[in-house]
Design a protein around this ligand. Structure first.
Ligand code: FAD
Length: 369
């Protein structure tokens, strides 16, 4: 047999792993769906919070904007890969499931900067997103320096998460609502994929995770059809329309402040800046749009960026288990979701092969004794 054929026989002889995905945010759900799409059968999603639950500050994904606006630098090839793969997948989902069922929309983006960095001036994605162009000086507000326009994608999490979860179940995935105290609690799983968001600080004992509060205002303004962002030193603001006619106006950035109470002063500032400066069409007949809600969520920021990494551990009976980490996506979890899922499943496959080789080696040694 040729070496590639031998390799195939070897791969096929590796037993199908039982995989636990811990976490049902956008990262855990995308990872779990991608595992099923890759042909894995024994996939169990385990989470404290699930799509459709009443809102809680403990579960970030339902609170997101959630728009694609890659902030990967030219050097950050992994971040680019995550964001590129996600853009491509969301675009395919939009085409495959038309109408409002996924909560994904394609809209013009106006990214406006004060004092932009070289990466912001000429982002890596300029030849990749449709309709990219530099805005004319006359199109940019006087107090800002630079602008880009392109077509981007925005997701309504309150539609998208339940839709993704229903796809997961329809594809044969199973789930259990539970809070794990440790990533490996017993011998049930061969592989565990850790998608616990900002809770990874405790679950994975990772002090580099810095939960970062974001407070947004939700208005009803179905006539707004573009997303606008303002970025610069000390400046981070955005307007993101959703599939249901609401528009998200943001945002605050408050590391380590886990307070679910809406701050009315911050809400007023966000609302007025969005309507008076960033996107004047939010106002109709000079009136501010109707506020229909507020958002307070914790971004799973991690110093050094998301953690995509394998770790080998043992249960109390000595069974070796693979842990693949996929958390710490900060304010980029939606735009990196599919790319991170693909990356995590690739990592898991190579890690599991190593585990299986270890097992085969041990059996081989013991069969000679
Ligand atoms: C205001 C705001 C605006 C944002 N806007 C954007 C945007 O425009 N674009 C973008 O890409 N991103 C945006 N984000 C970021 C994005 O929301 C996050 O990066 C993303 O939701 C993180 O998803 P996650 O699955 O890692 O975490 P989560 O959604 O928090 O999910 C974690 C899951 O793990 C489970 N879990 C945790 N611990 C345990 C345990 N011990 N046992 C069992 N289960 C456990 C939880 O129950 C939950 O199911 C925004 C975030 C905020 C707050």
């Amino acid at each position: 047999m040729s070496p590639p054929a031998l390799y195939m026989v070897y791969i096929l002889s590796v037993p199908t792993p039982t995989i636990h995905v811990i976490g049902a945010g956008v990262i855990g759900l995308s990872t779990a769906v991608w595992l099923l799409a890759r042909g894995y059968k024994n996939v169990i999603l385990i989470a404290t919070d699930l799509p459709g639950d009443p809102p809680t500050i403990e579960y970030t994904s339902p609170w997101a904007g959630a728009r694609w606006q890659s902030s990967a630098t030219k050097e950050d090839l992994t971040g680019q890969r995550h964001d590129r793969d996600t853009f491509a997948m969301l675009w395919k989902l939009l085409a495959a499931y038309p109408g409002a069922q996924t909560g994904i929309i394609a809209i013009p983006a106006h990214d406006i900067y004060r004092d932009p960095t070289p990466d912001e001036k000429a982002p890596w994605f300029k030849d990749f997103v449709p309709g990219f162009r530099h805005m004319e000086q006359g199109e940019i507000p006087a107090n800002m320096d630079y602008g880009l326009q392109y077509t981007t994608l925005a997701v309504n999490p309150l539609v998208y998460l339940p839709w993704l979860f229903s796809r997961y179940l329809a594809m044969g995935g199973t789930y259990r609502r539970a809070t794990v105290q440790s990533l490996i609690e017993d011998d049930a799983a061969d592989c565990v994929i850790n998608c616990t968001g900002f809770h990874a600080r405790e679950v994975a004992s990772d002090p580099t995770v810095v939960p970062t509060r974001g407070q947004n205002v939700v208005v009803f303004a179905p006539h707004v059809k573009r997303t606008v962002s303002y970025k610069g030193p000390g400046l981070y603001a955005y307007v993101i329309p959703r599939s249901d006619g609401t528009v998200i106006l943001g945002s605050t950035v408050e590391p380590e402040k886990k307070d679910p109470t809406v701050d009315p002063v911050a809400a007023k500032e966000v609302l007025e800046r969005a309507c008076n400066e960033m996107c004047p069409e939010l106002k109709l007949d000079g009136k501010l749009p109707k506020v229909v809600g507020h958002v307070v969520g914790m971004r799973p920021v991690r110093k050094g960026g998301p953690r995509l990494e394998n770790e080998f551990a043992a249960t109390h009976t000595g069974k070796r288990v693979l842990i693949t980490h996929n958390y710490g996506h900060g304010g980029q979890g939606y735009m990196a979701s599919w790319g991170s899922a693909i990356h995590a499943v690739d990592l898991m496959e190579s890690g599991y092969l190593t585990l299986a080789q270890e097992g085969a080696y041990a059996q081989n040694v013991f069969s000679r004794l």
